[in-house]
Structures are given as C-alpha cells and as structure tokens.
Design a binder for this molecule. Structure first.
Ligand code: CP
Length: 364
C-alpha cells in the first residue's frame, strides 16, 4: 500500500514590504501621505502662513536644511529656501553648476557629505527619476522630493491642491474622499514627461476629482490612463482639447519640455492649433474654470499671454501656495527627525505602516 500523500499547508508568499520611505519625515511621493497626514500638512500650511513671522522663525531656529539642485528651478528652489528661512532654519544650496558634482561626485557621496556637515533634511531636485529614493536610502535623512526627472513632484501637487481648494472649496484644510467630487481637472500638454501630471493624477482622484489627461499621442500615451491612485479609476484620456475644456472646472496647462523631446516628432504649429489655451477657447468653453500652470510658462505656445495674465488665471497664486505648503513639509521633516531616537543608520520604517497594500487602502 502506498503511503498517504503528505498534505502540505499552502502559504501565501508574504507581500514584500517596501522599505520606502525609510524616514517618517520624507516626502518622496504624494502617496507617502495618508489622508490624515495630508490634512495635517494642509492645516499646518495655513497656520504657518498666518503666524507672526517673528515667532514663526523660532520653530526651526538654527536647524540645518540642505537644498541639492541638479536641475534648473525658479519656483521650487526659491520657495523651499524661503520656507526654511521663514521657520528660522539655516539653509545651504548645493547646485550641480557650482559644486564638486561637476567633478563627478556621486549623489550618494554628496548626500553623505551634506549629512556630515549637519544637514538634518535634504531637498532634492534631480533630472533622474528615482533619485530621491536613492538619496534617502544612502543618507537615511528625511528627503523632500522637489522633482525627480519624469517621475514625481509631490509638493507641486500639494500646492496645486491647495490652490483648487482655495477656489472651489472655500480654502478648507479638511479633505476626505469626497471633497473634490464633481470637480474635473483637465491636465493638458506634455504628459509623457511630466512629473507634475503624475503627482496630481495620484493625488486628486483620492479626493474624488476626475483627472482628464489631454494631448496628442506623441505626448500622451494610452498607458497614462492607468496613472491613478488605484483601480477605481479617476483618470481618463481625452484627445479633443475642446471637449475636455467643456467639462472642466480646472484647466492645468503644461509646458512642452523641449529639453526632453529628443526623438519625438512634434509639429509645434499643429500642436498650438489643437491644444493652445487661448482667450477665445476659454471664453467659449470654460468661462468659469480656473487656469493653472506649474511654470515656467511659455507664452504663445501652450498658453497665450492674455490667458496667463487674465482673470481666470491662478498661476501666480499657485506659486504663493507653494511657500505655505513647503513650510509645512519642512516642519514635518524636521519634527520627525527630532522625535526619533534611533540612529540615522537604522531603518525607522516602524514609525509608518510597512506594507504597501495596507497603506494603499488607508489612503484611498
Ligand atoms: N513648478 C516648478 O517646479 O517650477 P521650477 O522648475 O521653476 O521650480
């Protein structure tokens, strides 16, 4: 008689825990923020904006923040620097054009040297997608992603959200899954290369908004429709700009990123005919919509001067919201540092939920 088959207990393989972010103060992706944390950032942005500058600059007095910029920036760099200084922190700017990065020093070594100089947080702008994750892994400092290649720009999405809330929801700082229900945000232009589009597509549908991505196929591949936060959708593609405008409460225009267009055949005159936001189009199709743009704007290409400077434009308001948001995320980064007792070389992810699957649910 043959022996009875051994019944093996089936085990579902464990879901690998993402180690990122290592540091609870980091902001690598908009997905790093739970709904509670998002509300905290929005509330602190408003509180810090209102606070007397003479008391506000004691909050992070003499704390050290490094700004590491491998790519040109006007708005993000200046607002992060002003935000850190408004809280009393000392800042040091390291740019690829005036540092040993020019001599070939790696991102890891640059980060470790900044840490050795006492930096308690690093704000990173890089032209390499994923660089913020690498820097965080190398330094174990809180890293604030100020734009990584074609990947993410989380603080831009947060300041965009604050701008939308100011216009459409009375400036509330309390958001939930339904706060933006009924709001259609059309993002038009160079979606393919846009970290701004990705971060907004990940964030806004979590609050109930419908994100419509619009552009020609050269700049907007079909796969972009899967960029939303989860399988429930919230992100669609519309090639017809005028059809998209008609249903929009928010129109976000993007720059054609000439520096990233290598190999793409794009007829700019054809592009303007199909996708330029003109005063005539806006008046006819979206006379009540707010017009947004992360900057830099290229007047006469994706947007006309009349629209950029017109009454529906919230473009400069976005920049101002950036200052408040960046104060809040810098404070979050350095407070998390202060609360932790573990050495910086030790993984501290226990302060955050470890499994991406459960985190996704928590953020939905
Ligand atoms: N929106 C934005 O990131 O602009 P800068 O490149 O000037 O920082």
């Amino acid at each position: 008689m043959s022996p009875a088959p051994v019944r093996r207990k089936l085990h579902t393989p464990p879901v690998p825990a993402s180690p990122f972010p290592y540091h609870p103060g980091s902001l690598l992706s908009v997905n790093d923020l739970s709904l509670d944390e998002l509300n905290h950032v929005l509330a602190r942005a408003t509180a810090l904006e209102k606070q007397d500058p003479l008391t506000r600059d004691r909050i992070l007095a003499k704390r050290r923040v490094a700004l590491l910029f491998y790519e040109a920036s006007t708005r993000t760099r200046t607002s992060f620097e002003l935000a850190a200084k408004a809280l009393g922190a000392d800042t040091a700017l390291v740019s690829n054009l005036s540092s040993s990065i020019e001599k070939g020093e790696s991102l890891k070594d640059t980060g470790l040297n900044l840490r050795a100089l006492g930096a308690e947080a690093i704000i990173l702008r890089s032209n390499s997608s994923g660089a913020a994750w690498l820097l965080e892994e190398s330094t174990r400092l809180p890293v604030l992603n100020a734009g990584d290649g074609m990947h993410e720009h989380p603080t831009q999405a947060l300041l965009d959200l604050r701008t939308i809330l100011a216009h459409l929801r009375g400036g509330t700082t309390k958001v939930n899954e339904k706060t933006l229900a009924g709001v259609t945000v059309t993002i038009t232009g160079d979606i393919l290369h846009s970290r701004v589009a990705r971060s907004n597509a990940l964030l806004l549908p979590r609050l109930g908004a419908e994100v419509v991505l619009c552009g020609p196929k050269e700049l907007l591949p079909e796969v972009a429709a899967s960029e939303g936060p989860d399988s429930r959708g919230g992100v669609t593609i519309e090639r017809d700009f005028e059809a998209a405008l008609k249903r929009s409460q928010v129109v976000m225009m993007l720059r054609i990123q000439a520096e990233r267009l290598a190999g793409l055949q794009l007829d700019l005159e054809e592009y303007k005919a199909g996708y330029q936001l003109t005063g005539e189009r806006l008046a006819r199709l979206a006379p009540k919509a707010i017009v947004m743009h992360p900057g830099p704007i290229i007047r006469g290409l994706e947007i006309t001067s009349g629209v950029a400077d017109g009454p529906q434009s919230a473009i400069l308001e976005q920049v101002t919201h950036g200052l408040a948001i960046r104060m809040a995320v810098i404070e979050r980064a350095l407070n998390a540092t202060a609360l932790k007792s573990a050495p910086t070389s030790v993984r501290t992810s226990s302060a955050r939920p470890a499994k991406p699957a459960s985190r996704k649910g928590a953020r939905a």
